[in-house]
Design a protein around this ligand. Structure first.
Ligand code: PMP
Length: 384
């Protein structure tokens, strides 16, 4: 008969339980919808209403009050989680952390040097660093690729380098450290208890965070930089001011409302929901991969989490899958034949023997991914 309710895309039958054999699991993007159920449970407290005549000005009268209050909440959540030192540091808002990545490169690059600063990251790295540095095509900075190759070719000259350190790393979840020991931009998008044990407050000169992976509101486009040095702070501020005349006040108001909910109960409700969701997904994923010799995933290390006050395994946002068979050097294609869409290794300047699978999408996306992975492993073992 006809389904009573409309089924999700890939499902049919009278009770929507029949999965269409044609349907692929899309584990490509890092859209953090796994947090949507938490916000559904907190729908009223997290809602924002703005009257038409409110906050029309570029810099309306209470500019400092609201932005300052938001800054205080950012400091508060860092203190509560224990993931970053913010005392005595400057904070700058950006349109997502994306905008701040390039603002930071600009701020750290040397102005009066005759040669351009060398921007590097360690393979496998988030592709935006390379894309932005190339796109903005400045005389002050140039993307030079992998830190390890740079190190072996330029063993002494680490003076004019700007190194992106992504910790935990996208795609593999590793807690990275600087390789070159020059200027660094610490991208801490994933340094929250959902994804990794919090081992202590990060204390680097320039650290970047994003609302996208903290509360899941990627569409709000809000990030912030925590900066030690006043000159660097002023340069980042100048970049934002010239690019945008500042960050939307509507956005700031929404972020403030969300952070007020996030810090309730000392952050326990949000972080427990987020961590439990990720842990459950990793438990199930690990169980599927443990039955396979054809595919492997990254090793996860147990560390003491100061926030939860216990030793835990990391539960990274992405699975970094390796196809182990000699002939499977295009791992993306192997997975795609099994109706799984991931992001291929070369996107991260790694080998295509690797593919990244996103674990932070909706429950629906994750269930479909797990179903397709289970089938793939059953087929490997000749069970179907
Ligand atoms: N850094 C890393 C490592 C990321 O994975 C992402 C988003 N996937 C970003 C920065 C950018 O996020 P946003 O602009 O939404 O803050």
């Amino acid at each position: 008969g006809q389904p009573i309710c409309e089924c999700f895309d890939c499902y049919g039958g009278s009770d929507c339980s029949e999965l269409s054999p044609e349907c692929s699991a899309d584990a490509d993007s890092g859209d953090p919808l796994f947090l949507e159920p938490f916000w559904m449970q907190h729908a009223t407290e997290s809602a924002v209403v703005i009257s038409g005549w409110h906050r029309m000005s570029y810099r309306y009268a209470d500019y400092t009050t609201m932005s300052k209050e938001l800054e205080n909440y950012i400091r508060k959540i860092h203190l509560l989680v224990g993931n970053a030192a913010t005392e005595g540091r400057y904070i700058v808002f950006g349109i997502g952390s994306t905008q701040l990545l390039n603002a930071a490169v600009y701020a750290l690059s040397s102005e009066n040097s005759s040669s351009s600063s060398n921007v590097l990251a360690s393979i496998p790295f988030y592709p935006m660093y390379k894309a932005q540095t190339a796109f903005f095509n400045s005389e002050s900075f140039e993307f030079e690729g992998d830190t390890y190759s740079w190190q072996s070719n330029n063993s002494k000259n680490n003076e004019d380098v700007i190194e992106f350190v992504t910790s935990p790393n996208n795609p593999d979840g590793e807690l990275k450290k600087s390789v070159l020991g020059g200027k660094t931009i610490y991208d801490h998008a994933y340094y929250w208890p959902h994804f990794t044990p919090i081992t202590g407050p990060s204390d680097h000169d320039l650290m970047i965070f994003t609302l996208s992976k903290l509360t899941g509101h990627a569409g709000t486009r809000f990030g912030w930089a925590v900066i030690k040095d006043k000159d660097v702070y002023e340069k980042v501020l100048n970049y934002i001011s010239i690019a945008d005349l500042g960050i939307s006040k509507d956005t700031q108001l929404r972020v403030l409302k969300l952070l007020k909910v996030a810090v309730e109960g000392d952050g326990k409700p949000l972080f427990e929901f987020a961590y439990n969701t990720m842990r459950e997904r990793w438990d199930r994923l690990t169980s599927v991969f443990s039955k396979s010799t054809r595919f492997s995933i990254q090793k996860r290390h147990p560390l003491h989490c100061n926030f939860f006050n216990e030793t835990r395994l990391a539960s990274p946002a992405y699975a970094w899958v390796k196809c182990e068979r000699e002939e499977d050097d295009d791992c993306g294609a192997v997975l795609e034949a099994g109706k799984i869409i991931g992001r291929i290794g070369s996107t991260f300047s790694a080998k295509d023997r690797y593919t990244r699978l996103s674990l932070i999408k909706s429950k629906y996306d994750f269930e479909l991914l797990l179903q397709r992975l289970t089938e793939l492993v059953l087929r490997e073992n000749g069970s179907i």
